[in-house]
Design a protein around this ligand. Structure first.
Ligand SMILES: NC(=O)c1ccc[n+]([C@@H]2O[C@H](COP(=O)([O-])OP(=O)(O)OC[C@H]3O[C@@H](n4cnc5c(N)ncnc54)[C@H](O)[C@@H]3O)[C@@H](O)[C@H]2O)c1
Length: 248
């Protein structure tokens, strides 16, 4: 039987990276609403203090840069013991691969793959030592199909899916579950430039059987589910929430 206590995060510390962004801020709100003590982390701090105040439950914020390994260590030290990590921060720059500079390509691989792997490595170390914890990585539907004009980003997100499986296999015996969420096209700042015009939005919808774009609250609910006891036997899996995009 599903118990409402399965979704009770009271007494748990929940670190959400990318918490200033669309999906991350919805995740932070969802966990706080279910009793979690949320730590909001992001490179951007604009409004994060107010966001933490509004969430209550002892929510705090920390600034860090996911492209800087020293900053990730500092984040992990400052966060202290974490029960749930929403490893969600990311950045995407679209464009023809050959027109992207090597620095741009390297930065996307760093922010979207190396960075989250290191965040999980440092936060996960404490979880393994304590014998409990859940990591929910944010991948992308683009991990599952080729995507011209987002080549470096899609490559990094495919790496997140493999990292999720591999870390899960290593840490499940230590009581730590590693899972991932793969959002489809969700209306946030990240893809606003790609969906700026009515024409772009209509064209995009042709590829989504559900006939609409995703909502950040929908993604937050799935992160909450994946981190909850209702998903206690889900290990290494990536849950795709894309309105059926990958089916076409
Ligand atoms: N929106 C979508 O359609 C979509 C689809 C699939 C996957 N995703 C993934 O969902 C996650 C959240 O994206 P979103 O849609 O909310 O976008 P967003 O741009 O609103 O949020 C991303 C957040 O990550 C933060 N960030 C970027 N670079 C950082 C760095 N170097 N250090 C620390 N923080 C950094 C940004 O400041 C921002 O607050 C990302 O991992 C993204 O790749 C989004």
């Amino acid at each position: 039987m599903i118990e409402s206590s399965d979704f009770d995060f009271s007494g748990q510390r929940v670190l959400v990276t990318g918490a200033a962004g669309g999906i991350g801020s919805a995740m932070a709100a969802a966990f706080a609403a279910h009793g979690g003590e949320v730590i909001l982390a992001d490179i951007a701090t604009n409004g994060l203090a107010e966001q933490a105040d509004a969430l209550g439950n002892g929510a705090t914020f920390l600034q860090y840069d996911q492209s800087d390994s020293a900053s990730i260590v500092a984040l992990s030290d400052a966060a202290g013991p974490v029960d749930v990590l929403c490893n969600n921060a990311g950045a995407m720059q679209a464009g023809p691969f050959l027109e992207q500079s090597p620095e741009t390509i390297e930065r996307m691989i760093t922010v979207d793959l190396t960075g989250p792997v290191l965040v999980a490595r440092h936060i996960g170390e404490g979880m393994v030592a304590r014998g409990r914890g859940v990591i929910v990585n944010t991948a992308s539907q683009l991990a599952f199909h080729g995507s011209g004009f987002r080549t470096a980003y899609a490559t990094a997100k495919a790496g997140i899916v493999q990292f999720t499986k591999s870390a899960a296999a290593e840490w499940a015996p230590h009581g730590v579950r590693v899972v991932a969420l793969a959002p489809g096209r969700t209306l946030t700042a990240m893809n606003a430039p790609l969906l700026a015009t009515e024409e772009q939005r209509a064209e995009g919808l042709k590829h989504i059987p559900a006939g609409r774009y995703g909502d950040r609250e929908e993604m937050a609910k799935l992160a909450l589910f994946l981190a909850s006891d209702a998903a206690s036997y889900v290990v290494g899996e990536t849950l795709v929430a894309d309105g059926g995009y990958v089916l076409l």
